[in-house]
Design a protein around this ligand. Structure first.
Ligand code: 9MR
Length: 415
């Protein structure tokens, strides 16, 4: 992760005079940065690349010089250019509510309002201060450090140092934890994803992985995503290493192992695009029915909620009710609502409405226990590095200032 993108490297190479002005290209912000955040006269602090959250001092005339290059046009579309400079995002409106989201959520009968977080961000003291306010966030989710590639990179060798930092933070803050995750096709170590294990070896490796993970965090989580993203959007099973070798049996097998390892946590299957009726949501409903009919332990379904401004389905409430009617709880587990950059006032307003509607949907469903945003700030959102030209998906901007979306959440909780 800590590497300069090819884009940025090419930019530096393509502008030879830049190297002679390294002071101007000095770092002025980003993940873990504790140095100066203002730039020398004549330069401005701006986003540098997708992979390493770092901001650099850039000379405006240099910006003008390279504005015509496609590289710069691409960089310019990034939210840190659009919304984060040393002078802030003055042209876009901020949120105005002084409400505390977890206080509101719990006052309205929900279990929590929460945020994902990730270990590299925990050196950012301003970020951590907001995250640690348990009246704002009553729950956190580890964005990456509990995943299989992070916790068992080599078979049988478990590393929980980074994962434990998230547990420690939640406990110090008096926050609930959602465990994330046990079995997922992505972020697997190569010894699992390569397909070199036989079916019986894979099954015992999976059971051992989940048993060890849940035993390590036993009693420490409210809920745990045991299976993540098992279906394709058309409702067919995702043909990952688990399905290919074990067929659908991997789901009941791992849920059963998880219950045995930690009977106190709620076991979830977590998925995206359940917010509207589709092949995927129909298959998930069928899976839940058959697991429950077979007495397989399953407590909840996570609606990830990676949504798009202006395209938020109106069916979220009814979709949730279809699952709660079967006897499981639901939660919105990874909410963010992205837009095509650059952000505008109109997009911010639409995003406010969209956040309000999603929160109101959970509010309207008794069995929806809470909402987790997939990090609270655009500074650390996964969106721009995955969806080129999109971002600004979180309720706080990249300067950690609340956006109108924050007011939308408050309005949704009050509906
Ligand atoms: O936020 C996570 C990001 O930092 C990782 O690079 C990415 C890798 O796939 O995973 C992100 O989190 C995902 C989550 O674990 C499962 N649902 C989709 C999330 C966004 O990709």
């Amino acid at each position: 992760m800590l590497r300069l993108s090819k884009t940025f490297a090419a930019l530096v190479i393509a502008a030879p005079f830049v190297a002679a002005q390294s002071a101007v290209w000095g770092q002025c912000g980003g993940t873990g940065w504790t140095g100066p955040t203002t730039c020398a006269a004549g330069s401005t602090c701006a986003y540098s690349n997708d992979y390493y959250s770092r901001e650099l001092c850039i000379v405006p005339c240099l910006r003008a010089h390279i504005l015509t290059t496609s590289t710069w046009r691409k960089l310019r579309m990034h939210p840190r250019i659009a919304t984060s400079t040393s002078t802030g995002s003055a042209s876009l409106p901020s949120g105005t509510s002084t409400a505390k989201l977890n206080t509101l959520a719990t006052g309205n009968g929900k279990v929590y309002f929460g945020s994902a977080t990730d270990n590299p961000e925990l050196t950012d003291t301003a970020y951590v201060a907001i995250l640690s306010d348990n009246t704002m966030f009553g729950q956190i989710t580890p964005g990456n450090s509990w995943k299989w590639d992070a916790t068992e990179p080599t078979q049988g060798t478990f590393t929980f140092t980074a994962g434990d930092a998230i547990l420690d933070l939640a406990q110090a803050n008096g926050q609930l934890l959602r465990g994330h995750n046990c079995v997922w096709y992505n972020q697997l170590p190569s010894w699992v994803s390569s397909g070199t294990l036989s079916a019986s070896e894979l099954e015992s490796a999976m059971v051992n992985h989940c048993t060890t993970l849940l035993t390590h965090y036993k009693g420490g989580t409210y809920s745990f995503d045991i299976v993540n993203e098992p279906f394709n959007d058309d409702g067919t099973w995702r043909t990952d290493v688990f399905y290919n070798e074990l067929n659908t049996t991997y789901v009941p097998t791992v849920l059963t192992a998880a219950r045995a390892a930690d009977p106190s946590t709620k076991l979830y299957i977590n998925e995206y695009n359940l917010e509207y009726a589709s092949g995927k949501s129909a298959s998930m409903l069928s899976l839940v029915k058959s697991l429950l009919a077979d007495d397989v332990p399953l407590d909840g379904i996570g609606f990830q909620g990676h949504l798009i401004v202006g395209q938020v389905p109106t069916s979220i409430q009814s979709q949730m009710e279809a699952f709660t009617a079967l006897g499981v709880e639901v939660a919105i587990t990874e909410l963010d609502i992205r837009m095509t950059l650059p952000a505008t006032e109109a997009l911010y307003e639409q995003q406010k409405t969209d956040y309000q509607n999603v929160i109101a949907a959970c509010q309207a469903v008794d069995g929806c226990v809470g909402v987790t945003i997939w990090d609270y700030t655009d500074k650390y959102s996964w969106v721009p590095s995955t969806f080129s030209g999109q971002g600004a998906a979180c309720p706080w901007d990249s300067n950690l200032v609340i956006k109108p979306a924050f007011d939308g959440i408050v309005a949704g909780m009050s509906a």
